[in-house]
Design a protein around this ligand. Sequence first.
Ligand SMILES: [Zn+2]
Length: 362
Amino acid sequence: MQRALALARKGEGRVEPNPMVGCVIARRGRVIGEGYHRRFGGPHAEVEALTSCVEEPRGATVYVSLEPCRHHGKTPPCTEALIEARVGRVVAAVADPSPLSGGGIRELRKAGIAVEVGVGETEAAEVLAPFLTRVALGRPYVIAKWAQSLDGKLATATGDSKWISGEASRRQVHRLRARMDAILIGSGTALADDPMLTARDVPVRRRAVRVVLDGRLRLSERSQLVVTASTVPTMVFTSKAKVGLSKAGRLARRGVEVAACRTHRGRPVVADCLRRLSRRAVTNLLVEGGPTILTSFLKAGLVDEAWAFVSPKLIGGSDGPGVLAGKGVARVADALIPRTVVTRRWEADTLFRMRLTEVPRS
Ligand SMILES: [Zn+2]
């Protein structure tokens, strides 16, 4: 199963909104075939593995990181291929909670194939977390990223944040962007930094839609986001009232999708925006906002993974913003207890990659 999971990870950024799945076929401890889901619309892992077999898979054991599907989607059901190949046993790590593709285990058992579920489940669930989050919770898997100085500030008192992290960690951010379905900021960051939010100088696995939460529709028509909206998908969530303004019309004519969402005290309700993004098959969302956006996501318990780049620089003073903004943040700080922390170094910067939520299970 370890091998199946390693294979599954290779599909990252290419298979979504499908799950990353890997499959190994073995007989008497010897691998006779293996494969993984390579890209959305392509063959599933089981079919890749069956096709790669160096000998007849009849009677062999199939290790697969997710329950084989039984539905006719872009490709025929994997259960059918496994039954036809007359494999002897199927060992699946995680049961498929999706009403659409799930039910494969029952189908296989009906055909007389022995099935075991739950082997390597914990690790497989982590690999499948983005898929399971969207299917079970109806929202994207959220990664929040920020860069901070050694004294915990995201920017100087004047709002300058560009020089906090080093070249190597900025490159990591571009790699991360290159596998996202959507990248989100608030209007404050859009106005202060005027970012492009595109993945530059790295291989791009998918092109993310750029999303701005902008309850008051403050986004400048001359911003880089708006100017490039005809070539890079760009979306603004604002209140119902603002959607009718002439500014919304002007943004739309430049290629920006202006969408209404629920608001609370003039600010977009994060959970509502996530639901709407999930309906558009957004599986992985990167939040790159400043303190206001980061705090609202953390407060709502809607950050699955946090990437904090810490740079050995001191900003000083009492005015530079930290990660958490506003009132009632002490409660948020208490709630932010990572389940796992992985650290990595790039030049002088250290990345703390933290998993905050449990993988939702059916
Ligand atoms: Zn399948």
